[in-house]
Ligand binder design. Structure first.
Ligand SMILES: N=C(N)NCCCC(=O)O
Ligand SMILES: [Zn+2]
Ligand SMILES: [Zn+2]
Length: 319
């Protein structure tokens, strides 16, 4: 174990000017593993689970794919004017090994795993996995913080009720979270939604469940600055959980995902919106639905790794 606090300086990524980026086992951004540091401000943890999908499977391979694509991330983030790995200890906690044959068991294991990690790290940035995992992650966050504002970037509402009678799937986590009282109904929001729904009632249900919406079309029509203004007004200073389904991006920017929808955000728009949250109280985040089998040239994984980097930067303490 290398004590992080010896000189009070966090252990950062492997130096790319000394060890080539493409060498070595991939941790996120080539950061130390959680067992190599005494305490972490942020643990990046993978949840290779995709048994909750309604269409194309494969997000179970997301964490490894995002780690591979994160090798090129550099230590200084000029957009947020912060060195996210120098002002806080960030470490890779590896993957939660959860049951691929039982959704109920996996969901219990994910909550338990997230709660156990809370002793070792202040905050988690979770790499999925399909969007089912947001439910147990929110259960764990709620246990620590009470109801949180959920800022949910996604093509989909994910507040649907059941699929084939199943209540816990990747299309239903935020309905369950709302029903369980995990989220702040006055401060939660979807961003980037678009595409066909099952019926017009979906939107009424969604509003009743506590979500306001900035659609992908709103972003196009009024721009990211207006979207950011609406987001910031809605979330206020509530403890904030950010859940990013990579399919919020247009399939041109993120083809490697299970339920792609045309007409999405650009990665530039998404990165900018995440950056605008740096002064908020972010208590946790996830980046989900990266499915490498449908990816090309690491497009989706590069986008996801940069999104995670911006989340980690937004969580960094500011002077
Ligand atoms: N969470 C994601 N990515 N997709 C949900 C889609 C659910 C459906 O098939 O209607
Ligand atoms: Zn989605
Ligand atoms: Zn989703």
């Amino acid at each position: 174990m290398q004590p992080a606090s010896d000189e009070g300086t966090p252990i950062g990524p492997v130096d790319a000017s000394r060890v080539p980026r493409f060498a070595g086992i991939a941790t996120f951004a080539r950061l130390p593993r959680l067992d190599e540091v005494e305490h972490a401000d942020i643990a990046v943890v993978g949840v290779p689970f995709d048994s909750g999908v309604s269409y194309r499977p494969g997000a179970r391979f997301g964490p490894a794919h995002v780690r591979e694509a994160s090798r090129l991330l550099r230590p200084f983030n000029p957009a947020q004017r912060v060195s996210p790995f120098a002002v806080q200890q960030v470490a890779d906690a590896g993957d939660l090994a959860v049951n691929p044959f039982s959704i109920d068991e996996a969901v219990a294991e994910i909550e338990q795993g997230a709660r156990a990690l809370a002793d070792r790290a202040e905050r988690l940035v979770v790499i999925g996995g399909d969007h089912t995992i947001a439910l147990p992650l929110l259960r764990a966050v709620h246990a620590k913080h009470g109801p949180v504002a959920v800022l949910h970037f996604d093509a989909h509402l994910d507040t649907w009720d059941t699929y084939f009678g199943a209540p816990i799937t990747h299309g239903t986590p935020f309905r369950r979270a709302s029903e369980e009282g995990l989220i702040d109904l006055t401060a939660s929001m979807h961003v980037g939604t678009r595409g066909p729904l099952y019926g017009v009632d979906d939107l009424a249900d969604d509003e009743r469940l506590g979500f306001a919406i900035v659609t992908s079309e709103d972003v196009e029509e009024h721009g990211t600055a207006a979207a950011i203004e609406r987001i910031r007004a809605r979330i206020g200073d509530a403890p904030l959980y950010i859940s990013i389904d990579i399919d919020v991006l247009d399939p041109a920017h993120a083809p490697g995902t299970g339920t792609p929808e045309a007409g999405g955000l650009t990665s530039r728009e998404l990165l900018r919106m995440v950056r605008a949250l740096a002064d908020r109280r972010i208590v946790g985040a996830d980046v989900v639905e990266v499915a490498p089998a449908y990816d090309h040239a690491q497009l989706t994984a590069v986008a996801a790794s940069h999104v995670a980097y911006e989340l980690i930067s937004a969580m960094a303490p500011r002077p």
